[in-house]
Design a protein around this ligand. Structure first.
Ligand SMILES: O=P(O)(O)OC[C@H]1O[C@](O)(CO)[C@@H](O)[C@@H]1O
Length: 244
């Protein structure tokens, strides 16, 4: 695992965006695995800024998102479909037909998971997967549990995730209880993985992810086994790491 420590959120966002830019410049038809949550918003802002300056071209890029709440429509402003549009897609020259997000309105979980597994497979592999880190160590919506799920599945969100995401909803009862998420096996199959982490609140979990045992109870710890992971963490998030 490669750790890049940055002085603050802005620095983290710029460095992460630089890594994504390099990927798109070197391989214009890259398959990017994208993430939601508050952490990558700054990274997306930099990519938009550089696109607007004429430094980046997304016309051949294809994307596949990690997850989506089950039960939310695309128009719901808390859906990850809405998030991706607002925070990235509508500002750049990406072809929306080349973007993929699980369909939160599909009630038949098996049908949606099979469909999304097929989408991921047909893309021929993810070149770079961007990840945020949940407070409980989740990646995508792969919550702590006793096994690593390989493929797309429907998860019951843990209380800790519901509490953490309640800040985005009017009231906690509005937070969906279920979500579709790419599996750990699919994340681990990406050629490169880029994790963005910031803030004191993530320091303890980041230490477990990097320095603790690999266990499905800390889902992101599996990244210790990935051959090409870069973690871009600000000083606060990296503050408990034993850096050699
Ligand atoms: O960046 P945040 O808002 O702390 O969220 C961390 C993680 O939690 C999620 O938002 C899901 O709860 C992920 O999409 C994200 O990677």
């Amino acid at each position: 695992m490669k750790l890049i420590q940055t002085k603050d959120y802005d620095d983290m966002s710029r460095k992460a965006a630089n890594i994504i830019s390099a990927q798109v410049i070197l391989k214009p038809d890259s398959v990017l695995g994208l993430a939601t949550g508050s952490t990558p918003i700054g990274t997306y802002k930099k990519l938009i800024e550089w696109y607007q300056k004429g430094d980046l071209d997304f016309s051949d890029v294809r994307t596949v998102n990690l997850d989506e709440y089950k039960g939310l429509t695309k128009e719901n402003d808390q859906s990850y479909y809405y998030f991706m549009n607002e925070n990235l897609f509508k500002h750049i020259n990406i072809d929306l037909t080349k973007t993929n997000i699980p369909d939160g309105t599909e009630e038949d979980a098996k049908k949606e998971c099979d469909r999304y597994n097929h989408v991921i497979e047909s893309m021929g592999g993810i070149d770079l997967q961007l990840l945020g880190l949940g407070n409980n160590g989740h990646i995508g919506f792969n919550e702590p549990c006793d096994t690593f799920d390989k493929l797309t599945h429907c998860v019951t969100l843990t209380q800790s995730t519901i509490d953490a995401n309640a800040r985005f909803f009017e009231k906690i009862e509005d937070v969906p209880r279920y979500a579709y998420t790419m599996g750990i096996g699919q994340i681990m199959s990406a050629k490169k993985v880029l994790v963005v982490v910031n803030g004191k609140g993530k320091a303890e979990i980041l230490k477990k992810v990097i320095e603790g045992p690999v266990t499905p109870f800390v889902p992101a710890s599996i990244l210790q086994f990935h051959p090409d992971v870069t973690i871009v963490a600000d000083e606060e998030a990296a503050s408990l790491l034993t850096l050699e």
